[in-house]
Design a binder for this molecule. Structure first.
Ligand SMILES: [Zn+2]
Length: 319
């Protein structure tokens, strides 16, 4: 239980809504948006890995952005946000299914990250440079059907933060005005992240007799920029309360949220499919050397172990 502060300032007991994607709309300014708030699910994801704070901080941002962007699309399947860098951190990946099952992992050079992180004390911010000078960000919607069902957007990494890189993507490729704000607080026992994304509604969705005005958009974006990290991450303010505080003059309408949970999609079956693409002699050699073949899922760190006498079963299924 946590306390909840009502809009008139009074305090009410209630459960605060962590681990949600909360859609909303601003009636007066023809803006739609989403707020993401992550608590113990983010903690659960990060606890599966033992990443340095610089890496987990950036990965928390990627998870938050992934959830914000996924909420923007109508899809049945998997939404993936991937960032590839040329620096000590070479990969940050998060994906989420349309059911709200999220997972994430990072690929990096541990020694180089530790060395670079020593020079900067703040564990939360300013580690974007660890992605190096060249990199790109890609997002994919995989509906599970043919290649034609896949949608991919890709953009070079620009700016000084993940948020700026995403903002750059929208400025460059989308006609729809889009603005973001995110905050992360990655700490041992108190993992939290929050984010808000707003978009101007296309004219045909805005409704009859309404017109998108520059002033309306500018005001909404300005209001968003006033949202503090404290509000974004608050363990006592519900997402709807944060949105009301920010946008109450614009007639904020709250829709039902999507609840987010951690779930990995790895399985013995998938691992064995991969093993079967490797010549059996190689796996036998590995078993002779190390007594076993071991495959670890990068997303959840689950280890799949096969001994020499199990290889028959692995390869047998093929015939
Ligand atoms: Zn897994």
């Amino acid at each position: 239980m946590a306390i909840r502060i009502k809009k008139d300032g009074s305090v009410q007991s209630g459960l605060v809504d962590d681990n949600v994607v909360q859609p909303f709309r601003l009636e007066k300014s023809n803006v739609r948006g989403r707020m993401v708030r992550m608590g113990d699910v983010l903690k659960q994801i990060m606890e599966q890995h033992d990443y340095p704070p610089a890496v987990s901080g950036l990965l928390s941002e990627v998870v938050t952005v992934c959830l914000l962007l996924s909420g923007m699309m109508k899809y049945e399947g998997i939404f993936t946000l991937q960032i590839k860098g040329s620096g000590p951190i070479r990969l940050l990946v998060a994906d989420v299914t349309s059911k709200g099952e999220v997972r994430a992992y990072a690929g990096f050079d541990e020694a180089a990250v530790k060395k670079a992180a020593k020079r900067k004390k703040d564990p939360v911010h300013h580690h974007y440079h660890l992605l190096g000078k060249k990199g790109f960000m890609a997002f994919t919607v995989d509906q599970g059907g043919s290649v034609n069902d896949r949608y991919q957007g890709i953009v070079e990494l620009k700016g000084t933060s993940i948020m700026e890189a995403v903002q750059h993507y929208f400025t460059q490729s989308e006609q729809i005005k889009t603005s973001f704000k995110i905050a992360v607080h990655p700490q041992d026992t108190n993992w939290r992240a929050g984010g808000i994304m707003i978009q101007q509604l296309p004219d045909d969705e805005a409704g009859k007799g309404t017109e998108n005005s520059i002033e309306d958009w500018t005001r909404a974006a300005m209001l968003l920029s006033t949202c503090s990290d404290g509000e974004m991450l608050s363990p006592v303010l519900a997402t709807s309360d944060v949105l009301y505080r920010l946008f109450h003059e614009d007639g904020v309408r709250i829709y039902s949220p999507t609840h987010v949970r951690f779930k990995c999609r790895c399985s013995a079956e998938k691992v064995e499919n991969i093993l079967r693409t490797i010549p059996r002699a190689e796996l036998e050699e590995e078993c002779e050397k190390n007594g076993r073949v071991s495959i670890k899922c990068e997303f959840c760190s689950e280890e799949y172990v096969y001994k020499a006498n199990q290889l028959d079963a692995v390869y047998g299924e093929k015939e």
